[in-house]
Design a protein around this ligand. Sequence first.
Ligand code: FAD
Length: 235
Amino acid sequence: MALTWQEARITAAAPETPRVRRLTLAVGWSRPFRAGQHVDVRLTAPDGYQAQRSYSIASSPSRPEAIDLLIERLDDGEVSGFFADVAEPGDAIELRGPIGGAFVWDPPQGGPLLLVGGGSGVVPLLSILRHRAEAAPAVPALLLYSARTQEEVIAREELIRRDAEEPGFRLMLTLTRVPGGRRLDAGRIGEALAALGQPAHTFVCGANPFVSAVSDLLVEAGLPPQTIRTERFGG
Ligand SMILES: Cc1cc2nc3c(=O)[nH]c(=O)nc-3n(C[C@H](O)[C@H](O)[C@H](O)COP(=O)(O)OP(=O)(O)OC[C@H]3O[C@@H](n4cnc5c(N)ncnc54)[C@H](O)[C@@H]3O)c2cc1C
């Protein structure tokens, strides 16, 4: 069935990190969304110029009528700049979705789940983690998350709380722009696999160079390529 553009209203907006803004949108879906999927948004200027971008859904499918998007402001970013500076609660934007058939996780798929996110690439992984906690908390899951600094960690308090409270969940943070910081490397992948065991499903999301580098490391670590799913945000 072809997806049609619909009007979605922004019902709330709040800073998530210094560079990421959380927008809540009231949406009327023609079908339910699945954890990991994204939407397309389209902006139209008064002269008719249009810009269209994709944004992953951060919230859980258990709350389909109000989705959270987490949008990182990019320097000179056309659409992310609009959402960072201009969009406000009450505004309506054009949206279509849900989109994505491969980068999704449903509880019957089970686990263990290895989720690897770089920067805002953690957004669809948050939807998966939130859904897992509600619908399949016995499924083991590990989030390996690379961020620049502590203050740029998206959903930081929630992730730390889940790590402390959920027996099946483990958070491993890697910070790149702090003294002694490091990028995800073979050693860190090895630590994650030792902590989780062999994952049944691995989801990797972030900017193109991040996804390429991590996918190579995962295959070098022995994971079957067909168990690794990727989502590339561009860049
Ligand atoms: C399936 C999918 C899901 C996505 N989900 C999210 C999400 O949840 N949150 C989010 O913040 N973004 C997400 N993105 C990225 C988003 O679609 C836009 O590409 C991003 O917001 C930049 O758009 P812009 O108009 O602000 O920048 P543009 O004006 O298009 O580009 C500005 C500059 O940034 C560079 N650039 C563009 N995209 C990126 C990028 N991702 N990383 C680094 N540099 C880039 C461009 O080359 C250019 O130099 C997703 C992308 C895809 C394909």
